[in-house]
Design a protein around this ligand. Sequence first.
Ligand SMILES: [Zn+2]
Length: 429
Amino acid sequence: MTSILDDDIVQIPGMYAVTDDLAIAPLTPVLALGLLNRFKTPLTDLKEKVVIIRDKEEDKAIWSRFLLVRYHNPKIKVLALSKDLLNRDDSRWWRDIVLNDFKEDELGEGFTDWVSCEFKNGYNTLFWHSCWLIDQPLRVSFPHLFVRTINKLCAVSDIVSWNNGVILWNLESIFGTDVSLSPAPNAFNQFPSVMSTVVVEELRDLKALLQGVVPDNLAKDEFRWNLTSNADFKLSSVSILVSNAKELAWSLPIINMLDIIRKITIPAKIKILTWRFFINPLPLKVQLVNRGVSNFTSIDCIFCSTHPESLEHLFYHCHVTKAVWKRIYTWLDDEVKISLEEFKSFGSIQEKKKNINIKATLNTIWIALIWCTWKMRNTIIFDNGLFNFDEVISNIMFFSWRWSCNREPHSRISFYDWYKLPLLCNKTH
Ligand SMILES: [Zn+2]
């Protein structure tokens, strides 16, 4: 791929790799050959493409070109809320966006509701899916008509025609034969059922709405992003929305803890496990039973077999886990300067420890304890393993050491020093 960049950052043409998640990385000839070899792409199948990054005309921008090649018709896919538009070869990334939009739509607000269309010639405005006539898509305002539509993805321009300067809305072309297009008062007799009456009323209202609407054939449709004041799309507007959604879903202390974990240098899967721990969707037996899953021989804790396996029991109240907490607390030595109970509470660590390095070390050890306990529990359940106290303890020490080394790559911590006095490994405390 040859690239021509903006004047500000113009460099020489180069090769770049673009992945499904839209990451662009420079590609050396050696890497490119390696990539071609891996994908077994015949050289004759390759085409040279000139793409322009950050062109002011969006249609020529690399994103537009790339999305067009990869997703065939991204504009329609983004604006239309239809699972029918998902192709088999669409990436998981794309499918996630589209399918999540459905979930959001069920809650009354989705991606498509944040895009409004300034209707001009109607070529890029979807009749049912765009917000063009009123402040919601017509598929929402007229649901009974929408389900009877043959072409759910028609553009506004598809159903407009002109006759001697008079505009005609060819609604016949978008409805099936079961929708009568005769005027509403006469139609009541033809549709005796309640459902039909609703359809007739919707049709009457739709026609009334369309009266006086005249496309501007000389201008292109424009799209506006409703979450910013100047209508330009900004990633920050989505971040703010997500933050607000989090506020609705979780209490402030939980949000703060999730944020702290996000910043800790641990592998992503460990972060996810810890997040799940705090927002409580770990697949513990008591939770699964509440959700109707009941194929267990016993819902008791796999460590002690005497209490139901809940989050509180497994991680805090079980005598087996209590012993793990105590052993790790003893390992921390007097340097820890908080009580065992305070150490067990992630929130208390944030509150009590002011030194950033000590706090980071304690957080890492705390997370390692939760991770290793969960791993041991899963090994017993799914791999018929046996509980091994020493293994859990040494794993907690090892993983917390490894993650701490990642945090401070320049100051090497030897495992021996770590094992002896983990909190003294941070010389700046
Ligand atoms: Zn137990």
